[in-house]
Write a protein that binds this ligand. Sequence first.
Ligand code: KIV
Length: 271
Amino acid sequence: MSIHTEIKKVTTHTLQRMKNNGEKISMLTAYDYSFARIFDAAGIDILLVGDSASNVMAGHETTLPITLDQMIYHASSVLRGVNRAFVVVDLPFGSYQSNSKEALASAVRIMKETGAHAVKVEGGEEILESVKRILAAGVPVMGHLGLTPQSIYKFGTYTVRAKEEAEAEKLKKDALLLEEAGCFGLVLEKIPAQLGKVVSESLTIPTIGIGAGMHCDGQVLVMHDLLGITTEFQPRFLRRYLQLGEEITAAVQHYIRDVKSKDFPNEQEQY
Ligand code: KIV
């Protein structure tokens, strides 16, 4: 008899069962091994290797500059830290929109080179052919509608999307198309809570919201926002669970003082 208890890995089936049972799904971004390991051990259901790495890891203003190779580097680091969580990786801007063949090639690279469990793409009808081709190869796909950051220059603003009837109707239509194509889940970003409710109730697959209200089947946040590492960003939907930026600053200042005052290292801290 093994003394090790078997870890039950989260799969697309687990996520569907959670929606069916009304159990909310927790999702958080991760970009490296150390944090992924902590989040996985804490019990997170889905880890998203988001292209928000472009912002929070690389310091770019938008998600557009990050490359497929850079996403693969982040994703493979995350996968090495995970035992239980389902890991979804963003296909970066420019790696899936031009044609479905290129989209599949990008998804295959992610799956082969990182060990990820699924990919995520932004958009609806416009990218449906790419979504279908990736799905046909057996790769699970998560959709992403609403405020899709890869289209920020088209929107021109980070304000709430789909407040107007026409955009809300298109979003509902796109959500259904993605479900019918075979997506296993859908991220809804920064849309009215009422629309998040309508979409979540009309789909059989789980919706994961970020600024899309309490009726989504799960919630996602960017880890740097949740932990209080980013401080200048304060949208209404963001709940900060730590002020880690402040704590890190205090710890580093303490270390600097100890080095300068010759308090560190002491007798016990040397060989
Ligand atoms: O890249 C990302 O972090 C995301 C989330 C905001 C959903 O796509």
